[in-house]
Design a protein around this ligand. Structure first.
Ligand SMILES: [Mn+2]
Length: 442
């Protein structure tokens, strides 16, 4: 028997209560695996105290006395419980210098008494402050893996699709929670079913690899841009089909720059309520309002679903530089005379405009192209947008007409992830649909 790991209180809380059913499954599975591998389930008496405090005092519905008795008996029988003493507390003072939490230091000092240097915990942030300790977060990988596919369908080398999650927060006057968007979409994807009813297939069989989320702490756009450009250039080999789950719309700028190094001639189709044609002002603010202007400098660009713009945008569109940009307004897609035969009329208009773009295209989907009745959680919602079926029909058309080299989904801004599950789920299904369009469109 080895004594390598200490199991932190949060893992115990997830395993022995139902506050988070998904995490409960993972925590239980983890404990079972440790037992099967002949590992000791080691906890400190401090974890038992914290567990009791959490379930009895912090929970809005406290654990019953009977249930707590039962769990504590399980700890006594099945776990190896270690304890601290005066010497532990003396040693602990060295750890406190790292400005870590007092009780986290006590826990680590106790571990050190027993030569344990790995902690299994959800709380990476606080334990990272303490040196010489290895942290395993069992939830991280699970949560950040699109659909949680079986191993053979998420193999890095064999997968045809690569999901690239990006999280950052630029300086804007708005709330801007889009840095949480990728995570919410991936988490919701765990509820997707494999079967694709339009194409009678299971698109996951093409293999979907999820890259580790690129989390950027800088708020300066120039720094953000370089970090995305660097990482995506390493990840993208020109063979896999990339689906980028972004933060705000400025995500698209470095992605296009990275693609420029691998692909010669491609157009861009932007689904967006806004024209995003502003001239960048200031050094690093409001870049998400300049995206279409930026990318159209090098690439023929088609805006679809437009219904919010400035006078200056119209001037720009009529200028020479604006000649690279085509627009399909939402009002033209959704006008009443087309309602009786929506598919045909709207897709015909798209088909015509797509002819002016090169054979290869990249698609950028700003989720505010949807009507706010479909997606509420975005920072600049705009009435009069597309519904689920309309956007999917238009997307399908692009895939039928062009070779699509990549897609991004940006500007999803979930605040309370549970409150916007329907939206997160809808967008995860959109990702799955896109994979179907890519590989099953004739
Ligand atoms: Mn927009």
């Amino acid at each position: 028997m080895t004594n390598k790991y200490l199991i932190d209180t949060n893992i115990l809380v997830y395993a022995f209560t139902d506050i988070d059913p998904t995490k409960q499954l993972i925590a239980k599975e983890l404990l079972k695996n440790l037992i099967n591998n002949n590992e000791n389930l080691t906890i400190s008496i401090q974890n038992v105290v914290e567990f009791t405090k959490t379930t009895k005092i912090k929970f809005s519905r406290p654990m019953t006395d009977e249930r707590l008795d039962e769990v504590l008996s399980k700890f006594r029988v099945n776990f190896n419980i270690i304890n601290y003493d005066i010497n532990t507390i003396k040693n602990m003072s060295k750890l406190l210098k790292d400005s870590a939490d007092f009780f986290d230091c006590l826990l680590v000092a106790t571990m050190q008494d027993y030569d344990i240097n790995t902690i299994i915990t959800e709380n990476e942030k606080d334990f990272k402050k303490i040196k010489n300790i290895t942290i395993i977060n069992p939830f991280k990988w699970f949560i950040m893996n699109f659909m949680n596919l079986p191993k053979e369908y998420r193999d890095k080398n064999k997968s045809k699709v690569i999901i690239f999650p990006v999280s950052f927060k630029t300086k804007t006057t708005r709330k801007n929670d889009s840095y949480l968007g990728a995570k919410a979409i991936i988490e919701a994807s765990h509820e997707l079913e494999y079967y694709e009813e339009d194409f009678l297939c299971e698109p996951h069989e093409k293999g979907i690899f999820t890259e580790e989320q690129l989390t950027i702490k800088d708020t300066d756009f120039t720094k953000i841009k370089h970090k995305i450009l660097d990482k995506f250039s390493k990840v993208y080999d020109g063979k896999k089909f990339p689906i980028i789950l972004g933060s705000d719309h400025s995500t698209t700028i470095p992605i296009i720059e990275a693609l420029d190094k691998k692909e010669k001639d491609f157009g861009i189709v932007v689904f967006d309520a806004h024209t995003d044609l502003r001239e960048p002002w200031g050094k690093d603010t409001w870049w998400h309002a300049c995206v279409s202007r930026e990318v159209s400098k090098k690439h023929k660009t088609l805006l679809v679903g437009t219904r919010s713009m400035d006078n200056s945008d119209i001037d720009f569109l009529q200028s020479r530089a604006g000649g690279n940009i085509g627009v399909i307004f939402a009002k033209d897609l959704l006008s009443s005379k087309k309602q009786h035969n929506w598919d045909l009329a709207s897709c015909f208009e798209l088909e015509e405009k797509l002819r002016q773009l090169p054979k290869k295209v990249y698609i950028s989907i700003d989720v505010d192209v949807f009507d706010p009745s479909i997606i509420r959680y975005t920072d600049t919602p705009e009435p009069g947008g597309l519904n689920w079926t309309q956007l999917n029909n238009l997307l399908k058309k692009v895939f039928e007409e062009k070779e699509v080299i990549g897609v991004d989904i940006v500007e999803f801004s979930p605040s309370k992830e549970k409150a916007c599950f329907a939206e997160s789920y809808l967008l995860s299904k959109l990702v799955y649909k896109i994979i179907a369009y890519k590989y099953y469109t004739r």
